[in-house]
Design a protein around this ligand. Structure first.
Ligand SMILES: [Cu+2]
Length: 103
């Protein structure tokens, strides 16, 4: 009985963590993960853990509404509605780049 309960609890934990809203963390002038894969229509939260502001700006053919300014400690969301590779960068630090692969 106890083993059964443990297995059930593990399964529940795994299910909940796979359903958790995806995050991109900005820390040390890097987007982590650098490449995030999501389903179309997914809302991704961008969290800025750096002391300086950053942006999440669409690059090239990317189709989403970016974040003009993400202050230190702030978090904002982007909903990715278009399939494809949605590349983005930070306008303040142009070497900072990331991708959301929308399936
Ligand atoms: Cu930046």
């Amino acid at each position: 009985m106890r083993t059964f309960f443990l297995a059930w609890a593990l399964l529940l934990t795994a299910t909940l963590s796979s359903m958790a809203a995806p995050n991109v963390v900005i820390d040390g002038f890097q987007f982590t993960p650098e490449v995030l894969t999501v389903k179309r229509g997914t809302t991704v939260t961008f969290v800025n853990k750096d002391a300086t502001p950053h942006t999440v700006s669409p690059e090239g053919k990317a189709k989403f509404v970016g974040i003009d300014r993400l202050m230190s400690g702030e978090s904002k969301t982007i909903t990715f509605k278009e399939r494809g590779i949605q590349s983005y960068f930070c306008q303040f630090h142009t070497t900072m780049m990331g991708k959301v692969v929308v399936k």
